[in-house]
Write a protein that binds this ligand. Sequence first.
Ligand code: DP6
Length: 366
Amino acid sequence: MGEKWVLMKTAQTPTNIAVIKYWGKRDETLILPVNDSISVTLDPAHLCTTTTVAVSPAFQQDRMWLNGKEISLSGGRYQNCLREIRKRAREVEDKERGIKIEKKDWEKLHLHIASYNNFPTAAGLASSAAGFACLVFALAKLMNVSEDESQLSAIARQGSGSACRSLFGGFVKWIMGKEDDGSDSLAVQLVDEKHWEDLFIIIAVVSSRQKETSSTSGMRESVETSLLLQHRAKEVVPKRTIQMEEAIQNRDFASFAKLACADSNQFHAVCLDTLPPIFYMNDTSHRQVLVYRCWIISYVEKWNRSEGTPQVAYTFDAGPNAVLIARDRKAAAQLIQRLLFYFPPKSDTDLDSYLLGDKTILKDAG
Ligand code: DP6
């Protein structure tokens, strides 16, 4: 190998929104969950990470930049992903440039990684899902790894649990698995992005001035203290997952909306059942956020009842933003009109903006 060359690969990966939530780990190091979860992958045009990975004999150490700022790779989660990918690295040859990297060379070669989010990190949108999925996917391309997306998802999972679901477009299930080594805890695609094209996803982005409890520590506390979490993981989610899969397969919006809203509400009930309680619904300290969340829930519930058939589903993650899934373009337009009327962006409501995914679900991570 000469000393002057650099070999690069770039990948783009969207984030995902869970409609059956992952909350709680049975193994903190391997990131093994206490229940299955199901998510929808968003349009990369709106919420995605782009990561370029480079290798060169000139690099002295592994380094990473996130949105242009260098970050440390010393954390266990990064190290686990890098180690697992390096283990699977294979020979790479670029004949035109006369570069050949043998399998054994990957152990001593260092990497430079540059990652960008196309959405404001400060907006409180979970970026770790897209981030780790993209990192693992880009590294797998660079190192000519032969594992498929599901096998790669089991590596991305070790960066951040929800990341494993971003390796696919469409609706994705993270199977919790049974094995202690985590080998069967991976993501599978339930349906691709074309299956349910009518759906619209609207994310109401709320600026958060106060730091929230991170998902990692929040779910640890829930596992340690919440009886509701145990009931949810054993009794509720296994049945709900089957029903949700059916609803998605049949494009049955009424069942989909009922299950997604119920699961979001139960996730937040688990947070309240945690000691000390976690108030993701209103912990940004803004009264307006609480008002708008309550408004969204009661407005959607009322609207769905008055129409006789659900028009919109809501789901809230471990942050201040509302994710709204409309059954079609008409329902999305009506919803946005109402949101803009009651909560104009950049006014006293403190809503930053609305992001609209014109197709729910998008292409494959590659
Ligand atoms: C509420 O995947 O961010 O968004 O595995 O500790 O990195 P770690 O947690 P993370 O948790 C996501 C929790 C959630 C629900 C979900 O996405 O399923």
